[in-house]
Ligand binder design. Sequence first.
Ligand code: ADP
Ligand code: MG
Length: 676
Amino acid sequence: KASVMDGDKFDYDEMEDSIEKSKAKSASEALQAERKKLPIYAYRDELLKAVEKYQVLVIVGETGSGKTTQIPQYLHEAGYTKHGMIACTQPRRVAAMSVSARVAQELGVKLGHEVGYSIRFEDCTSDKTILKYMTDGMLLREFLGEPDLASYSVVMVDEAHERTLSTDILFGLVKDISRFRPDLKLLISSATLDAEKFSDYFDSAPIFKIPGRRYPVEIHFTKAPEADYLDAAIVTSLQIHVTQPPGDILIFLTGQEEIETAEEILKHRTRGLGTKIAELIICPIYANLPTELQAKIFEPTPEGARKVVLATNIAETSLTIDGIKYVIDPGFVKMKSYNPKTGMESLLVSPISKASAMQRAGRSGRTGPGKCFRLYTAYNYQNDLDDNTVPEIQRTNLANVVLTLKSLGIHDLLHFDFMDPPPAEALLKALELLFALSALNKLGELTKVGRRMAEFPVDPMLSKMIVVSEKYKCSEDIISIAAMLSIGNSIFYRPKDKQVHADNARLNFHTGNVGDHIALLKVYNSWKETNYSTQWCYENYIQVRSMKRARDIRDQLAGLLERVEIELTTNSSDLDAIKKSITSGFFPHSAKLQKNGSYRTVKHAQTVHIHPSSGLAQVLPRWAVYHELVLTTKEYMRQITELKPEWLVEIAPHYYQLKDVEDTSSKKMPRGEGRA
Ligand code: ADP
Ligand code: MG
């Protein structure tokens, strides 16, 4: 018999264990109870019957009714996962991550096991996965490896109303495979009422409506236009906080930078409010927000406090945050715009559509009556806002999609079954660019280069730069650069009180005016030499998190190089070889210095400027190749490398002629004498 002591201990452990178990049990019971409270729950059986009866179903239900989190679970419970996975596509990666996390929690499984997500450069799934949340772009890429999507029994194209480019292309592809795969169930779900259009497109598929609960929303417009909407939004949120009854606030902003600014100002101003005013919890949410912070927006607001969520458009329909009672809508969104004449693409802060404004307002009336403060006038709303947002396919560069479709063997793009066709001019531009990059031949057929490029989940100019690195024997260097470019502009940081130190640290990587691409390579290599040290990042004002992400992306690119049988070789002592590789992908983005210090693009004679953050901003090289254009106050080139004009003719003789690159300015320099 065990001693008394042992016995005590045994009992104690067991007791603790059972307390833990009952805690977990009540947590999961609470979650199950919550599931049943969602509007969609009442329609569960009816919905399952409709899915059984029809191959294609259009589902319409207000945001927050439970479409994304519940439908895949219902289908799983009904046995649809016995013969394949359920895919649920999302236009935004944060939504894919956050929703899958929730569903895993509801099912009581670890994220990445039965429930997983797949976004570009991050695959959080396993052999066990049966419910797969993924970006629409990732499902599109899956067609390359599995043209009939045989591993899936159900495809749910969610957030269809967003009409992203990838979603629109998916429509055509899934419609096609549904014809020869009668066992495949297809769900098209949308938050808005233009479901007829989806139904018409999918051969009159039936529409299943999930009536939402909606409380009245009081809408306020401003009397006069606001000069500074960010400031107006902050002031309005503080007024709500001080004068209005409990309930959380949601502010729609246009991007990370704006959100960070708002966060800082709000923190500063609430400090001055004194202790009599309730606590204001500030929760930002945008695409690049680190995963561990994303969950914060869903945490219930503590009694007596108020939450203010600073969100991009992601909170319009993709994510539902419970408890929002006040919405502040400045009326803007960051949107891609594309000029098919010049092939130039930029991100622009643009006015939203009326449909968006309605969705935004609706976010405040989900759990009770709400209020929406529009920071524009009723006149603006009536007269200046379009009814609907133009589908992305009609305002974007199509090169990537065209390359994907060509790789899928779809040659006749003009007759592809588009819901809304892209402008013919944009299609032609895409074909032209792919031809210039040697991805297509004169007949429009995929070349070997094009086939290799299509393996990389990046834009064609970037994939061309990667593929061509074989020729210049610098594939290792180029994928480091590509990975760093994919991170965007969140590598360096610049704390307000240490700006001089931060700037000096950054300039270190630019010694010799090597250009921004090579500087990124130096950052990566230096970090690697320290064995990926966090301390080193701190010392150099570099974001550790961004670097780790770059390393992950680089690893994946290295794997893909192997797949297309390109050897990993480094050539870091020959900077010209690396620069030529970059130029081979980005030659359409070349520009020449003008007398007034601005630049003019070589092909289309557009005026552009060096972004002040560039290491070459003070150097002003005569010829430059840039990674991208950003439009703020001016059209800026971001990430620039100096170029020798004769490279353009050498690398892209079919695109540039000698006369394009002749130096006609007064300060004529002998050929080949760069300013290294
Ligand atoms: P719909 O797709 O119809 O807009 P969802 O299925 O996304 O609706 O949302 C249903 C409910 O699940 C909402 O109340 C939402 O707040 C909740 N929810 C969704 N994702 C999360 C999450 N990551 N954490 C907590 N709650 C979540
Ligand atoms: Mg949803």
